[in-house]
Design a protein around this ligand. Structure first.
Ligand code: NAD
Length: 255
């Protein structure tokens, strides 16, 4: 049903939890993969753990998505190896910090904006010329794109900005049949979210994970595999008339 046989899929943040879960699922559906992350050794370790003997099939590229020369190099190499690109899952991200406005470090704000917003823009800019008509782009947003939690200046601003980028891309690329959507995960049971919750827990003097669970109507965190399933839907022809959409996968947290 979600056939991606032979489709070339580029995933940023490919050594991380959501990137790797999506990689695994897309690969099961027949996709050919290029995984991009900051560090080649980390990519090797992650792909070997996730794909075992099949990890040799997967193109791994070290690039900082906020660095245009590195992005161009990684994308050109992918296009050369595979002869084109069908799907981009633009997913690399960092959280930054939580602080009062007057204390929020400007360099952290710039860095978070740069990875999420400049990074997604650069990936789109360099992938689109190689993308086949009928392709699909999925940006990783967050439930943070619908909220205004105190002190989360950079992350929330960046995730809101991605909605704007997604909409412009969706309209621009629609004539070529290229669809552009974003997935908005709620809190996921993984290391990224755990670090956020450990910091929050210390600040509020109670268990940060429980605190989040109480904000989620479904009463639990999501799994990386559940997010991967939504990415697969948006990447595949099953969502063929869906573009410019922010798909919530947040257990109802934004409702
Ligand atoms: N974990 C959650 O609860 C959650 C919820 C909503 C949204 N998200 C978003 O999901 C995406 C993936 O996060 P995750 O949970 O898999 O975390 P993760 O930390 O496991 O993965 C993120 C990956 O991005 C890579 N990365 C960071 N900066 C980069 C850069 N400049 N260039 C290239 N790669 C870079 C990291 O090395 C890492 O492998 C992020 O955009 C995050 O904001 C996560």
């Amino acid at each position: 049903m979600f056939d991606l046989d032979g489709k070339v899929c580029v995933i940023t943040g490919g050594a991380g939890s959501l990137g790797l879960a999506a990689a695994r699922l897309l690969h099961q559906q027949g996709a050919r993969l290029a995984l991009i992350d900051l560090d080649l050794a980390a990519l090797d370790t992650a792909t070997e753990a996730a794909f075992g003997a099949k990890s040799g099939d997967i193109l791994r590229l070290a690039a900082d998505v906020s660095d245009e020369a590195q992005v161009r190099r990684a994308v050109e190499r992918t296009a050369k190896v595979y002869g084109g690109i069908d799907v981009l899952f633009s997913n690399a991200g960092i959280f930054g910090t939580v602080a009062a406005l007057e204390d929020y470090p400007t360099e952290v704000f710039d860095k978070v904006m740069s990875v999420h917003v400049r990074g997604a823009f650069l990936m789109a800019k360099h992938v689109v010329p190689h993308m086949k008509n009928g392709g699909s782009m999925v940006l990783t947003s967050s439930v943070a794109a619908t909220r205004g939690d105190p002190g989360v200046y950079a992350y929330i601003t960046a995730k809101h900005a991605l909605t704007g980028l997604m909409r412009v891309l969706a309209k621009d690329l629609a004539p070529r049949g290229i669809r552009v959507n974003a997935i908005a995960p709620g809190p996921i049971d993984n290391g990224f979210q755990k670090r956020v919750e450990d910091g929050l827990g210390e600040a509020i003097g109670r268990d940060g994970t429980e605190f989040f669970d109480e904000m989620i109507p479904m009463g639990r965190h999501g799994s990386a595999e559940e997010i991967a399933a939504s990415v697969l839907y948006l990447a595949s022809a099953q969502s063929g008339f869906t573009t410019g959409h922010l798909l919530m996968a947040d257990g109802g947290m934004s409702v």
